[in-house]
Design a protein around this ligand. Structure first.
Ligand SMILES: *Cc1c(COP(=O)(O)O)cnc(C)c1O
Length: 222
């Protein structure tokens, strides 16, 4: 665990070294409100969480206003709380979930931005849709008036050297370009969320517009 001052300096350093077109999102799972606040003090304005209940407690307790993204697998029975809490869902992985989010957003009179999570081919990674399903899911989303497709997210391989992730990031970038060209209604495709602490440099080289960083910012998880 890093000291709060170290977290603030890590945030400042990362923000300074990333290209200006890349958004830094702090992955806040397992962290304390104080740690997240230190990252905010260092200039980070985008935060991601994997778990709806923990995120709810954190967002309620936080004494600052930031943009929150759901980055973990979302169960349909949590869709209602998720659309109330988050500004973006990065982990859309099925038409059934899209329909549930649409229904919940309609009830709230709110629209929400979503990223389709792509299982870009890494065998150890079971989350997200396979590349062939991205197009059909994107078209389904474009029919849902309360969802706005903003782009794609991928994890890539969960272990191994960063260089091993490159082909998966490249493949996801290709899908992203296809999606932009498709120009579907109800969308503003501009976010390509890929790269974590070990792989973010490679992801940025391959076209990421958003990187999701936990360990490098906050230290090893407990
Ligand atoms: C935890 C997590 C991250 C950050 O991982 P680090 O390796 O700690 O930087 C990024 N994205 C998702 C979806 C995560 O769950």
């Amino acid at each position: 665990m890093e000291s709060l001052d170290k977290i603030k300096r890590n945030a400042e350093y990362l923000l300074k070294t990333l290209p200006s077109h890349v958004t830094l999102l702090a992955a806040a799972k397992t962290r304390t409100v104080e740690e997240v606040q230190a990252a905010f003090a260092g200039g980070i304005r985008y935060f991601g969480h994997n778990y709806v209940q923990e995120a709810q407690a954190m967002i309620t307790a936080a004494n600052f206003k930031a943009t929150w993204h759901m980055i973990g697998h979302l169960q349909r029975n949590k869709a209602g709380s998720a659309v109330e809490l988050f500004d973006m869902i990065e982990s859309l992985d099925s038409i059934r979930l899209a329909n549930e989010l649409e229904k919940r957003c309609a009830e709230l009179g709110k629209t929400i931005e979503v990223l389709i999570e792509v299982n870009s081919g890494a065998e150890d990674n079971k989350t997200g849709v396979i590349p062939q399903e991205v197009g059909p899911l994107a078209e389904a989303v474009s029919d849902l008036p309360h969802l706005q497709l903003a782009g794609l997210m991928t994890m890539g391989p969960l272990s191994g050297e960063a260089e091993l992730a490159r082909p998966y990031f490249r493949k996801t970038r290709e899908l992203f370009e296809q999606l932009r060209k498709a120009n579907l209604p109800n969308g503003d495709v501009r976010v390509l969320s890929m790269g974590m602490s070990g792989s973010y440099r490679v992801a940025v080289e391959e076209g990421a517009t958003m990187v999701r960083i936990g360990t490098l910012l906050f230290g090893q998880r407990g």
